[in-house]
Write a protein that binds this ligand. Structure first.
Ligand code: PTJ
Length: 245
C-alpha cells in the first residue's frame, strides 16, 4: 500500500511499513512488530522527538565510542529494517564494527541481515560465521559473540535489546550503550549510557556528532563523556513522560 505523504501520521506509518517489508523479506522477526508497537507507545509519550536528555546521551555515546579500542554496533532485525544505511555511516564515522546478533536467530535471518547491511554499503559484517563464542550467563541465541567482534569489544552499542543480554554483556566487562525508547526497561537501567530515543533519530544525531567530534583529542572526548550523568538523564526522561510535554 502506498501511504499518501499528506497523511498526518505519514512518518509513523512509513516506519511500520519498513518493518512489514522486512518481515515479508524474512529478516524481521514476527515479534519485531510487537516490539516496535511498544516503542511507538513510548515515542508518542515523548512527543516523537529527541528530548534534551537523549541528545546528551547521544553525545556522550559518541565520545565513549571514539575513546574505545574496539567498539561494536550490534544489529538485529528491526534495526536492519529501519536504519541500515545509518548504521553503515555511523560505523564509517567512528570505526565501530558491525555485528549481527539475533534473539530469534536462524542462520537464514542472519544471512539476510548481513546482505541488507552489505547492500547499504557495509564492507565487513561480523556475527555470521561459524566458530562463535558464547557470552557466559545467557541461554538464548543472543549469547553468540564473534571472536573478532563483540567477544573482544570494549564498548557495545545495543539498539532494541533484551535486558538479559545487556546485563550479561555488562557482566563481561563491556561498556554498554543502549538505544531503547523505554526508559524503565532493564536494558536502559543496566546500560552505562542509555539513549531513550527512536533509532531513526538517534543514529542520524550520532552520525552528526561523530563527524564533528572525531577530530577532537582524547582529553576533550573524556571531558564530554564525564559530563554525562546517567541517573539524571533517566530521571529527566521519566518525568517528561509523567508530567507531559
Ligand atoms: O531481530 P531479533 O530476532 O533480534 O528480535 C528483535 C526484537 C526487537 C524482537 C527483540 O530484541 C525483542 O523482543 O526486543 P524487546 O525485548 O521487545 O525490546 C525491544 C525494546 O526496544 C522495547 O523496550 C521497545 O520499547 C524498544 N523499541 C522498539 N522500537 C524502537 C525501540 N527503541 C528505539 N527505537 C525504536 N524504533
Amino acid at each position: 500500500m502506498k501511504i499518501p505523504k499528506s497523511h498526518p501520521r505519514y512518518g509513523s506509518l512509513r516506519l511500520r511499513h519498513m518493518l512489514v517489508d522486512g518481515l515479508k523479506a524474512g529478516f524481521v522477526a514476527e515479534s519485531g512488530l510487537i516490539a516496535h508497537g511498544r516503542g511507538e507507545a513510548f515515542d508518542y509519550l515523548l512527543g516523537e522527538r529527541t528530548v534534551a536528555a537523549a541528545l546528551e546521551a547521544e553525545r556522550a555515546a559518541v565520545a565513549a565510542i571514539l575513546l574505545s579500542n574496539k567498539p561494536v554496533v550490534s544489529v538485529n532485525g528491526n534495526t536492519a529494517a529501519l536504519v541500515p544505511k545509518e548504521i553503515v555511516r555511523f560505523s564509517e564515522a567512528t570505526g565501530a564494527g558491525i555485528e549481527v546478533n539475533l534473539f530469534y536467530r536462524t542462520p537464514e535471518r542472519e544471512k539476510l541481515i548481513a546482505e541488507v547491511l552489505k547492500k547499504a554499503g557495509a564492507t565487513a559484517v561480523l556475527g555470521v560465521d561459524r566458530g562463535m563464542k558464547r557470552i557466559p550467563g545467557l541461554e538464548s541465541e543472543r549469547a553468540r559473540a564473534d571472536p573478532k567482534g563483540i567477544w573482544v569489544a570494549d564498548t557495545v552499542l545495543i539498539p532494541l535489546e533484551d535486558g538479559d543480554r545487556a546485563e550479561a554483556l555488562k557482566n563481561a566487562g563491556k561498556r554498554i550503550i543502549s538505544i531503547d525508547l523505554n526508559p524503565l526497561s532493564r536494558t536502559s537501567s543496566v546500560a552505562d549510557i542509555p539513549i531513550v530515543d527512536n533509532v531513526v533519530r538517534a543514529f542520524p544525531n550520532m552520525i552528526k556528532f561523530a563527524e564533528e567530534m572525531r577530530s577532537w583529542n582524547k582529553e576533550r572526548l573524556k571531558d564530554a563523556l564525564s559530563r554525562f550523568d546517567k541517573a539524571s538523564c533517566l530521571k529527566e526522561v521519566i518525568s517528561l513522560i509523567r508530567e507531559g510535554f
